[in-house]
Unconditional design. Structure first.
Length: 204
C-alpha cells in the first residue's frame, strides 16, 4: 500500500480542492475523505481512478516510481499550478512554510534538470515582486523520493512554520503569482496606399 505520508499528502490535496465541487456534495465528501482509514482511503483512490491497482506491487506495495508528485504531474491529483516549462511544473505548497511557498517539480522522477532551476528563479522573482518578502530561498530537495525545488519567501519578523493554507488563500495567491497568458501583439496593418505629395512640374 501507499505510505502513510503519501496518503496524507494526497488527502490534503483532495481536501484543498473540495470547494470546486457542487455545494450539496462538499460536506459529505469532506467527511468521507477525513474519516477513511489508510486502507479504505487507498481503495477510494483506486475506485475513483486516482491511482491504479496495477501501479501497486505484490502485497499492495507501491512501485518505486509512483509518488504523489508523479500523480500531480499526471493530473490525477489536483494542484494550484503557477507555471511550467518542458521539464518542470511550479505549484503552490498546500502546507507552506510562508506565504507564497512554492514547489518546482521535475517531470522526471529521479532527475532535476537545470531548466527546473530556471523556472524556480522565475517563480522566485515573481514572488519577490508581488509579495515583497525580505528574501526568497531556493533549495533543491527530495520529497517522498521525488526531485523538487523549494521556493520559500522569507518575511521580516515571521517564522518559517508549516501550516495548512485555506483554499481561499491558495486561490488568491495563485491569481497573484501564476503566469499570465501572453497577448500576441496585433500585426501592424500594412499600408496599401502611400500618398506622396507630388512635386510641382517644371516646364522648360
Amino acid at each position: 500500500m501507499l505510505s502513510s505520508e503519501q496518503l496524507k499528502q494526497i488527502r490534503q490535496q483532495l481536501l484543498s480542492q473540495i470547494n470546486q465541487i457542487p455545494e450539496n456534495q462538499r460536506e459529505s465528501l469532506r467527511n468521507q475523505i477525513q474519516n477513511l482509514n489508510d486502507s479504505d482511503f487507498e481503495k477510494f483512490l483506486i475506485k475513483n481512478k486516482m491511482i491504479r491497482e496495477e501501479e501497486l506491487g505484490e502485497g499492495g506495495e507501491e512501485k518505486e516510481q509512483k509518488c504523489v508528485f508523479c500523480s500531480i504531474l499526471e493530473g490525477k491529483i489536483p494542484s494550484h499550478k503557477l507555471d511550467e516549462n518542458k521539464t518542470s511544473l511550479a505549484i503552490l505548497e498546500i502546507t507552506p512554510l510562508s506565504k507564497g511557498h512554492s514547489l518546482v517539480i521535475s517531470k522526471k522522477h529521479e532527475k532535476l534538470p537545470s531548466s527546473a532551476f530556471s523556472l524556480a528563479n522565475k517563480i522566485g522573482k515573481r514572488i519577490k515582486s508581488k509579495l515583497k518578502p525580505e528574501e526568497v530561498k531556493i533549495e533543491s530537495d527530495i520529497l517522498l523520493g521525488h526531485n523538487v525545488i523549494q521556493v520559500i519567501p522569507v518575511f521580516k519578523n515571521e517564522k518559517l512554520e508549516k501550516k495548512k493554507a485555506s483554499e481561499e488563500e491558495l486561490i488568491l495567491l495563485k491569481d497573484k503569482l501564476k503566469s499570465k497568458p501572453k497577448i500576441k501583439k496585433q500585426k501592424k496593418q500594412e499600408i496599401n496606399e502611400i500618398k506622396f505629395e507630388q512635386a510641382p512640374r517644371r516646364f522648360p
